[in-house]
Write a protein that binds this ligand. Structure first.
Ligand code: ATP
Ligand code: MG
Length: 391
């Protein structure tokens, strides 16, 4: 029997999308292909599945590692592809025979030229396996393993057993663009990941207060963005010089309102950069009640500083532990853990206000001399970096 290994890809929620399905599928396929740059393979698109074929078997694990991170894919299986004949199917299922326990064979038959229907084929193949191993039994309802036989119209069949979960979600680029406020902490990279998973293309903005914060702190953010690209694709990162503004807040504003005002100015700048880059939303890593600046009141006062765009806070209802778990999974944990301070930790007030008052915040902020000019300057001197996807 001539057979070869192929990777069968299944997509998730896409089929819900009716008319837009083509748009979504094209984006998904594009993203899969981008993730496989540098790998030789053939891509086959069928009605509701894709196949990766003709790759070097040494590359199989690398291909799996990459495509399992592409949002929009539901699961994959490594399958055997054979020319359809009953003998070939028998030989192929034999390669998936369990050592013990219960199993079932599930056949899908698109090729109607065969003289048996799918039930009959499953029964035939199941019977064949039973004859080869007396330690196994068929259980159609709760089998311990399942061997799937997919008989296509084109004369080929695919046989597989295990499914590997993919990243789920929607293809990046199908839900517009989002400007992620990216610090060096644990939360904001996870927030970016969550929104990319819903199909947003991620842009990043980071505020740094050199020389109060080190070059290392900035490098940390670049590295975090690099990790995110495995899921999000290329990321444009804006680095804003925030030192002057932070110093001015320190100089002119009530100490307990410093963080509140800093947040307001951050989102104001982020919104301007977002609009310039056609982003439809801001994204932050805030989680309710995690710190003083993440109370409902604080969030209200922050939101007031944004004129038109929504702020997405995908972690708002998540526990720190859940966030950490995700950070671990997406491999940002080790970087976020590094000690270099981001700009929020310099000039930190001893007792930040927990329930800030909007009018007081506005009044305190208005005491800053030439704030508009400073904001303009910060945007004019913003450093733009292209973080290319590292696979
Ligand atoms: P993180 O772990 O993401 O740093 P955090 O729990 O430390 O979050 P804060 O430091 O209060 O919380 O920041 C809240 C959010 O504000 C962050 O998740 C991030 O989106 C944004 N943010 C904070 N500092 C910066 C910064 N220096 N540059 C860009 N965004 C920032
Ligand atoms: Mg932080």
């Amino acid at each position: 029997m001539e057979s070869k290994k192929v990777i069968l890809l299944r997509y998730g929620e896409l089929f819900l999308k009716g008319k837009n399905r083509n748009l979504f599928e094209n984006r998904l396929i594009d993203n899969i292909k981008k993730s496989l740059i540098g790998v030789d393979y053939k891509f086959i698109r069928t009605q509701n599945r894709y196949y990766i074929e003709d790759y070097d078997e040494d590359m199989q694990q690398i291909i799996i590692d990459r495509v399992t991170k592409v949002f929009g894919l539901h699961s994959l299986s490594v399958a055997l592809k054979v020319q359809t004949s009953y003998d070939n199917l028998k030989e192929a299922v034999l390669q998936f025979i369990p050592q013990s326990g219960t199993f079932r064979v599930t056949t899908k038959r698109a090729d109607k030229s065969l003289d048996k229907n799918s039930m009959q084929i499953s029964a035939m193949l199941g019977g064949y396996l039973l004859s080869k191993n007396s330690q196994i039994a068929v259980d159609l309802y709760y089998p311990q393993s399942e061997i799937c036989v997919d008989i296509r119209e084109n004369g080929y069949s695919y046989i597989f057993s295990d499914k590997i979960d993919c990243a789920q979600g929607m293809p990046v680029g199908t839900a517009g663009r989002g400007m992620l406020l990216l610090s060096g902490g644990f939360d904001s990279p996870v927030a970016g990941y969550r929104m990319a998973r819903r199909g947003m293309q991620i842009f990043g903005v980071h505020y740094h207060s050199y020389p109060h914060t080190s070059e290392m702190a900035q490098q940390k953010v670049v590295d975090l963005a690099g990790k995110l690209t495995k899921y999000c694709g290329d990321i444009k990162l804006f680095v804003v010089k925030f030192t002057e503004i932070q110093q001015a807040i320190h100089e002119y504003c009530r100490e307990d309102y410093m963080i509140t005002i800093m947040r307001r100015i951050m989102v104001e700048i982020a919104e301007k950069l977002a609009i310039d880059n056609k982003c439809g939303a801001l994204i932050t890593g805030e989680s309710l009640a995690q710190v003083a600046s993440q109370t409902t009141k604080s969030i209200t006062v922050t939101n007031d500083a944004v004129k038109t765009l929504p702020i997405f806070r995908p972690l708002i209802g998540m526990d720190k532990y859940e966030i950490m778990d995700t950070a671990e999974k997406i491999d940002t944990y080790a970087i976020s853990q590094l000690p270099y301070e981001d700009c929020c930790t310099v000039f930190l007030p001893k007792n930040p206000v927990i329930k800030p008052d909007l009018q007081i915040a506005i009044k305190e902020q208005s005491k800053i001399k030439d704030l508009d000019k400073m904001i303009e300057e910060a945007i004019k001197t913003v450093e733009e970096m292209e973080i290319k996807a590292e696979y």
